[in-house]
Each structure stands twice: as structure tokens, then as C-alpha cells.
Write a protein that binds this ligand. Structure first.
Ligand SMILES: NC(=O)c1ccc[n+]([C@@H]2O[C@H](COP(=O)([O-])OP(=O)(O)OC[C@H]3O[C@@H](n4cnc5c(N)ncnc54)[C@H](O)[C@@H]3O)[C@@H](O)[C@H]2O)c1
Length: 247
């Protein structure tokens, strides 16, 4: 009799709500055990409970990605995953002339430095066949009123490519997904004006659903997907085409 197949494990940061939650749900459906890493204890615990009740293997581990020492300690006591999804991120709107150095430091600490530290700690232990999937954003191409966020997501794209090169010899595939505007709290908490402006720029006339982003992540996480390194998969409803949808 052949030995039972080990269930692959996926770690998903920011998995308690929004895009992260959709990724957790989708990877569970696809047969992964999942660990939800988030600072939102109540939502994370509730989601893990819901998924476990449905027969999935899901658990929650609290983490504040601003605590960089805590990242290493957490990874040291977690089982080694097959897939790491760096999804957690923070966003805010501030015009260029109002931005201060501290705004950059706070944004970079979560969106970039924590992503790097977690990836490094996990990659040290990952076996060949491992996958790291970074959630960037279409804004790396440029956007108004949040230069610090744009810069952080451009850094995620750069890191994705650098990591893909350095981790390829270890058999680890690193890629990024770059969503356009997605219907989550991150967008819901914007002003009516800001949300209307987002919709006006959307060729599809609607925002992406979190599941649209989860589909792309599931593709990159699938053991059937191979030979793709350092790519940025745009899931933005055509927005990055530059508005040239007519003649
Ligand atoms: N919503 C969009 O339109 C959109 C577009 C492009 C890219 N993104 C990116 O997708 C990712 C998810 O976005 P979302 O819309 O689901 O956001 P969200 O704000 O709804 O959820 C983010 C999750 O990350 C967690 N998180 C934030 N900071 C954390 C920290 N310091 N430690 C631990 N957990 C932390 C939050 O608790 C939350 O559960 C982010 O990286 C975001 O930049 C979102």
C-alpha cells in the first residue's frame, strides 16, 4: 500500500479578511492546509473555525508584521510551508506635498521589509517545489495621491524579480499578482469621491472580486504550474492597457 500523500501547507499573511480571506478559502478548496497569519485575532480565529467546520485544515496564528523580530520567531515554530502568500499590506491616501518621511517608513515596514523578512525566513527552510507569491498592485505603474504606496508596490515587484533569481537554484518559484481595484475594506474605507474616481478609471465598469485575485494565486500555487519565475500577473480588468480600449 502506498503511503498517504502529505497535505501541502500554505501560509497566507493578511488572511483574515479581504483578498487574503479569499485566497485562504480558495487554497483550502484546492486541498491545501492553511495557516492564516494576521493581526486581526477575532476575524482570523473565526475564519479558521468556519473552514474547520467545513472539513478543511485551517488554523490561525496572530502576527503583527510591524514586529520584525516576531516574524523570525513565528517562522521558527511553524511547520515549513509549500506555499507562502505575502498578501498583507497597508494603504493610505496622501498628496505628494503632504507626505513625510515617517509615512514612507510605516508603509515600507509592512509592505516591503516584513514581506522580505518573512520570505527569507521561510525560504531558508522551504523544500524544492516551494512557491512564494507576492501580492503587489497595479499601482506600481504609477498613481496619484499615494506615492509611498506606489513606491512600496514597485519595491514588491523588484523584490519578486530579485527573489525569483536568487531562489530559483533552490527550486523555489517566486511570482507576483498585481490586482487593480478590488472590492474590499481597503477600497470601502475610501471617500465616495475616491471610490467614484476608481470606478471611472475601470474599463470593466466594476471592481474585481477578491475571488478574482484568489484565482490567479491558486494558479501560481498549483503544483501543475511550473516554469514561471519572477512574473507579475496583472489582474486589473484591463486597466493597465492604458485606456486604449477604443480605436
Ligand atoms: N483592495 C484593493 O483594491 C487592492 C488593489 C491592489 C492591491 N491590493 C493589495 O492586496 C493586499 C490585500 O488587500 P485587501 O484589499 O484585502 O486589504 P484589507 O485591508 O481588506 O486586508 C488586509 C489584511 O492585512 C492585515 N494586515 C495589515 N497590516 C498587518 C500587519 N501589520 N500585521 C498583520 N496583518 C496585517 C489586515 O489585518 C487585514 O486582514 C494588500 O497587499 C493590498 O496592498 C489591494
Amino acid at each position: 500500500m502506498s503511503a498517504p500523500l502529505e497535505q501541502p501547507l500554505a501560509l497566507i499573511t493578511g488572511g483574515a479578511r479581504g483578498i487574503g480571506r479569499a485566497i485562504v478559502e480558495r487554497l483550502c478548496e484546492d486541498g491545501f492546509a492553511t495557516i492564516i497569519l494576521d493581526r486581526e485575532q477575532e476575524a482570523g480565529t473565526a475564519l479558521a473555525g468556519e473552514l474547520s467546520d467545513q472539513g478543511h485544515n485551517a488554523r490561525f496564528e496572530p502576527i503583527d508584521l510591524a514586529d520584525h523580530d516576531g516574524i523570525r520567531e513565528l517562522v521558527a515554530r511553524l511547520p515549513t510551508p509549500t506555499v507562502l502568500v505575502n498578501n498583507a499590506g497597508v494603504f493610505d491616501n496622501k498628496p505628494f506635498f503632504e507626505l513625510e518621511g515617517g509615512d514612507f517608513t510605516r508603509m515600507m515596514n509592512i509592505n516591503v521589509t516584513a514581506l522580505f523578512l518573512l520570505s527569507q525566513a521561510v525560504a531558508r527552510r522551504m523544500r524544492p517545489g516551494g512557491r512564494i507569491i507576492n501580492i503587489a498592485s497595479r499601482v506600481f505603474l504609477g498613481a496619484r495621491n499615494h506615492a509611498h504606496y506606489v513606491a512600496s508596490k514597485a519595491a514588491v515587484v523588484g523584490l519578486t524579480r530579485a527573489m525569483a533569481m536568487e531562489l530559483l537554484p533552490s527550486g523555489i518559484m517566486v511570482n507576483a499578482v498585481a490586482p487593480g481595484a478590488v472590492a474590499t475594506e481597503m477600497v470601502a474605507t475610501q471617500s465616495d469621491e475616491a471610490r467614484a474616481a476608481l470606478l471611472a478609471l475601470q474599463p470593466t465598469g466594476k471592481l474585481a472580486a477578491p475571488a478574482d485575485i484568489a484565482n490567479a494565486v491558486a494558479f501560481l500555487a498549483s503544483p501543475r504550474t511550473d516554469f514561471i519565475y519572477g512574473q507579475v500577473l496583472m489582474v486589473d480588468g484591463g486597466k493597465s492597457l492604458g485606456g486604449g480600449l477604443g480605436l
